[in-house]
Design a protein around this ligand. Sequence first.
Ligand SMILES: *[C@@H]1O[C@H](CO)[C@@H](O)[C@H](O)[C@H]1NC(C)=O
Ligand SMILES: *[C@@H]1O[C@H](CO)[C@@H](O)[C@H](O)[C@H]1NC(C)=O
Length: 200
Amino acid sequence: MFPSVIFTFLAAFQFHTFEFLVCATDEKSIFILAGQSNMAGRGGVTNGTWDGCVPHECRPDPRILRLNPKLMWEEAREPLHGGINTKPCGVGPGISFANSVLQRDPCLGVIGSVTCAPGGTNITEWKQGSDLYYWLLKRANAALRDEGKIRAILWYQGESDSADETRAKMYKKRLIEFFLHIRRDLPSPVLPIIQVEPQP
Ligand SMILES: *[C@@H]1O[C@H](CO)[C@@H](O)[C@H](O)[C@H]1NC(C)=O
Ligand SMILES: *[C@@H]1O[C@H](CO)[C@@H](O)[C@H](O)[C@H]1NC(C)=O
């Protein structure tokens, strides 16, 4: 799963590593991580308790920050969505993604992860004008207070809409509407959105 996410990301940005350039950016590279529990992360959670195991890919790094529930930056650690979710969180894709991105392009500077993935949410709850929609915008704007640029949204959601056929059929339309609206309201009309396809 992770390699294909990164690949899409690279394809979207056409990254290059300029080995002979000095990396002199103070600007944060901000990624909005949104969706449902798949993005929040339940890795290593059994019976509501996380086992505390942190895979190597998810190791902390001083260059990887998260916007915590109080809208402050802090060094990112698993469980990345701790405090954002009411349900117990475990390992998710966020820190692993940030580590991969930094490995490929150390010049990106500091990675700012904006955690926005409450478990169990469906696409209707993310509709423009909803509480979640405004919450995401609020967190994104807070992330931009200091120097920074939103590079992409990582979107990992859909399982909640797969339970019945009617909703599943509506999903594509609802998702596209959400993407168009959120890009317009951020505002960043051509912001890359990286969608993870949930595996059956
Ligand atoms: C989880 O809870 C169930 C039901 O309470 C129990 O049977 C099971 O042994 C528990 N599993 C672990 C790994 O604790
Ligand atoms: C989405 O979730 C909300 C909150 O759980 C629920 O009230 C609503 O019926 C769901 N919407 C759809 C279309 O299933």
